[in-house]
Ligand binder design. Sequence first.
Ligand SMILES: [Zn+2]
Length: 470
Amino acid sequence: MRIAIGGLSNESCTFSPLLAGQDDFTLYRGDSFLDRYPFLSQFNAEFVPLLWARALPGGSVESSLYSQIREEFITLLRDNGPFDGVYLDMHGATHVEGMDDAEGDLIATIRQVVGSDCLISGSFDLHGNISRRVVEQINIMSAYRTAPHIDAVETRQKALSLLVHCLQNSLRPMRAWVQIPVVLPGERTSTEWEPGKNVYASLAKSDTIPGVLDASLWVGYVWADEPRASASAVVTGTDAEVIQREAARIGQRYWDARTGFNFGVKTGSIDECVTWALAAPEPSVFISDSGDNPTAGGAGDVPLFLGRLIAREVESAVVASIADAEAVAICQAAGVGAEVSLSLGGKLDPITSPPLPVTGHVLNIVPSQNTEVVAQIGGVKVIITRRRRPYHFIAHMQQLGIEPLEHKIVVVKIGYLEPDLNRAAPYALLALSPGPVDQAIERIPFKRIQRPKYPLDKDMTWMPEPVIFS
Ligand SMILES: [Zn+2]
């Protein structure tokens, strides 16, 4: 039994002025990405890793780059085939400039090469937008059941083990797909609190029903203005009636819960969050600068929050971080201890904010492929990076000489706090800051998303009508 492994993992914000190009993607070829699948040895099959393309979430992918990735994947598939199965390691929210439904295009192209007998299985992020074309072309699907995603390896293992199981037992599973007309940001649909916790926990029960192989629910990706953007449920299995019933039940459950989804922490404007944090009894308050979250597709260089901290003369704060290659070069040329005047941020995303003029001192420089600089500007230590990157771990700030918990306010460009930050934060707030991944989705200027959709259209009714694909 021969199984090809590969995929495309990217989340594209169509409201970002940035395009994702060659520099943003890492192309893993051959054995270089096998560490994502530490469970392969338990299966009696030959696995052939081809190509896995990954980028930090950002804007739409350049059309020529996507064509190049697709071409290389297809060539590898042809040259190394034939295959009994293909396992795809996907995200599900890639947008390519000038093309809707990139995953649908990729999977349909793969299907043309491998033919109708080959089984295709895919694992997905629950923040993917799942189109009819994807469900038509694929045989088996499985999505994360946790956000933050602590079951990523488990989900990959499930999609692969179902593929092996179906090949070994000559099964051709069907899919029941239902699009649920709801678009909510991941920060409101986390599985750490209700109703997301319960809605997702209930999927495990569907898995145990005879005739069902996997029950998956996608909350979707809201910052993609394309027709497919939506929540959806897909139940994979061998009994059409059962999977149709389960898909309808899951869709209905999500729909019924829609008005209950909310942020897990107190939210407000940047200034409200600063005021609340300064008044809080906790020694340190973490605030998410959510509109510019690079792991949702923000540019990661909007200096609005830093500007407010400086203007309000906050005495003790950290800002993680601002991507600005020019500012990093100026700080490197000046050296540690030097005074620098910078026109900071606002270059990758000039729409949300212009650059912020600041003067401060260089505290630290850590040279690497993505050089990091710490500058002290008034009472604020700001991390400046050459390229966009997230800060999801306390240790990554400590490596730069910053002890975040010794500061009254710690601003992180992020949505909900990832587990390490969440554990460390004595108190957390989420700022509904402006940016391409604006959490206040009612103020997003959608043009192409299918309507009606909750919460954009509040007075709508809906009944689940799953579609079966065999
Ligand atoms: Zn996700």
